[in-house]
Unconditional design. Structure first.
Length: 611
């Protein structure tokens, strides 16, 4: 049933009400019957006393003469005038006279209980069904004497009146009971329905709270215990809502902090099972899926050093630091810190992985830079020192060698100057101090100025320099002097590594909001294995030839820095023996963007590139 509690209470109230009505009917009927029986018995006793005071006058028992019979019948008639049945019975049970039946047809009454009691005690009574009359009668009998012989005078009144009275009483009682039942039942049903509805509201409120809906339960103004219970539940729900909100905010804050951390963070239980891990932890260990809570540590982590560090902490050490390496071709270095954590009887370890790959790379770059700079400076300094000592040793008196030695010293000093200047440029770029003047730059004018500068050298080497038409190419946004430096560097490199009667083609094409510059040559080309490193500092494909041609090994690195601070890209396509194509992109000039005030950082270098 939908309202189970309602029907239980309703049936209970109705059952109690019916029980009360049945009990009232039973006891009322019994009391009425007893009262009527006592009243009727009292009437019979009154008639019996009168009859005993004036017994029948007989000369013999049983009457033998017609006069005795007539006297007996007359006496019986007089007694029966009180609306009672009168029966005269001898001591042996023979019926002498009866006011309502022929005594000759009546059987012996010696076994009747009222007759036996009358003979034995002087009087007797009973209520039973009359065999002669075929109905229920109330009998009262007294012992008397006639003609010196004991007889029994029995008086009876029908109980039909009692039954009729009881039936009428019961009809009225049940009618009143039905009315009372309907009224009381309706009232009890309404009360029970209201009570069950309030209980149902409390149950629905509890269900809502269990599902996370903490809206308060409105009061009904009854002021009873149920309303107080509802108010108490509202307070409990409000406190629970506040507690859950606080815990949720703390959890979300912790999750956001741990999730946004670049460091990998994981919590391991004392059973070496994962309790928590953020996304960075999965990315560091190159896991396809996020590690699931409860997974065994050895199933996730393959670095034995990290597992050993965790086991040491779980064994009792408060803190262990280690370093792990991931990857083979492109290695990544991580500083692993494992600390012990305890919360009551629970203990475990917190693992933090900090990426130190860039630190290690910078350390390597610094070592390489120092070694390269030392190496680059050593050659010209050694030459300058050697030829200077030679001149001081007496070669100054030799006009022929003196001039040649001085030219060598000047050449190496110029090389030192170029190297120093390039190092200063890179230092400014690394320190974000490279000043840029972003202006509108014509692509055709930029290319023409660089070609004019390189034309003399190209004629000397018998190399043809041509420019693809730049009609329709939009202007670009950049520092004209710095961009000319990039393009000039690429053209100079093409001239250096292109043999006589070779060709160089310079072009520019718009594409996706940028202008792509290309310097293509028919030179010696660059091997595939070296193409990814030619923009590194001091990297040379052919170190001996590069130094012989006067290169510092920093030109492409500088070009890469300048292009990147202009929000562009630079790359190379090359094949050994078939030449190279150097490409770089510069954004197209936007008049609306140029009209808006730009931040100061826009005029400075923002990227360091690769080293």
């Amino acid at each position: 049933m939908r309202h189970n509690l309602f029907w239980k209470l309703a049936f209970t109230f109705l059952a109690l009400l019916l029980s009360v009505l049945v009990a009232v009917d039973f006891f009322a009927e019994r009391a009425l019957r007893d009262e009527y029986t006592r009243t009727t018995l009292g009437q019979l006793e009154s008639v019996a006393r009168l009859a005993k005071a004036r017994p029948p006058q007989l000369s013999s028992v049983p009457p033998s003469s017609p006069a005795d019979r007539a006297a007996l019948d007359q006496w019986v008639s007089q007694m029966a005038a009180s609306n009672v049945r009168v029966t005269v019975i001898t001591a042996d049970g023979h019926v002498l006279a009866d006011s309502q039946s022929d005594p000759r047809t009546m059987e012996s009454h010696a076994d009747r209980p009222e007759v036996r009691d009358a003979l034995a005690k002087g009087e007797g009574h009973s209520a039973r069904r009359s065999v002669t009359m075929g109905r229920d009668l109330l009998y009262y009998a007294v012992r008397s004497e006639a003609a010196g012989t004991p007889i029994v005078l029995r008086f009876a009144a029908p109980l039909t009146t009692v039954h009729e009275t009881l039936v009428a009483f019961r009809r009225k009682l049940w009618f009143a009971s039905v009315i009372i039942l309907l009224l009381a039942g309706t009232a009890s049903l309404l009360v029970t329905l209201g009570f069950s509805d309030r209980i149902e509201r409390l149950k629905e409120f509890s269900r809502r709270v269990a599902e996370g809906d903490f809206r308060p339960l409105p009061g009904d103004g009854s002021g009873d215990a149920l309303e107080k219970l509802g108010a108490s539940l509202n307070q409990t729900a409000a406190r629970l809502d506040q507690t859950i909100r606080t815990l949720t905010e703390e959890r979300n804050l912790s999750s956001a902090i741990l999730g946004s951390m670049v460091e990998g963070v994981a919590v391991v239980s004392g059973a070496e099972r994962l309790v928590f891990a953020n996304q960075s932890f999965a990315e560091i260990l190159a896991l396809d899926l996020s590690p699931q809570s409860g997974s065994a540590l050895v199933e996730i982590v393959r670095q034995t050093d990290l597992i050993e560090a965790v086991r040491k902490v779980l064994a009792g050490e408060p803190r262990v630091e280690s370093e792990i390496v991931t990857g083979t071709l492109r290695q990544h270095f991580f500083a692993a810190t494992v600390g012990a954590v305890r919360a009551g009887e629970t203990y475990g370890a917190v693992v933090v992985l900090h990426d130190i790959t860039e630190l290690r790379r910078l350390e390597r770059v610094r070592r390489d830079f120092v070694a390269n700079v030392s190496h680059e400076f050593r050659t010209p300094l050694t030459a300058i020192q050697g030829f200077a000592e030679t001149l001081l040793a007496g070669a100054m008196d030799d006009p022929q060698n003196r001039e040649r030695f001085l030219e060598i010293i000047v050449e190496h000093s110029r090389r030192l100057a170029r190297l120093t200047e390039d190092l200063l440029k890179l230092s400014k770029m690394d320190a974000d101090r490279l000043e840029l003047e972003i202006r509108r730059v014509s692509v055709s004018q930029l290319i023409e100025s660089c070609i004019e500068t390189a034309q003399h050298r190209a004629i000397e080497k018998e190399i043809s320099i041509s420019v693809q038409p730049t009609n329709g190419v939009p202007d670009i946004a950049g520092d004209r002097r710095r961009l000319a430096e990039v393009l000039q560097n690429l053209i100079d490199n093409a001239l250096q590594y292109t043999l006589s009667r070779g060709e160089i083609l310079v072009s520019a094409k718009p594409r996706d909001g940028e202008v792509v510059f290309t310097v293509a040559d028919t030179g010696i080309g660059i091997p595939k294995t070296d193409q990814s490193r030619i923009f590194e500092r001091f990297y040379r494909v052919d170190a001996a030839r590069s130094r012989e041609l006067g290169g510092t090994g920093l030109g492409l690195s500088i070009a890469k820095h300048i292009v990147e601070v202009h929000a562009g890209r630079i790359w190379v396509d090359s094949e050994v023996g078939r030449g190279s194509q150097f490409h770089f992109t510069i954004p197209i000039f936007d008049a609306e963007r140029a009209a808006r005030p730009s931040p100061a950082a826009a005029t400075r270098a923002t990227g360091r590139g690769s080293a």
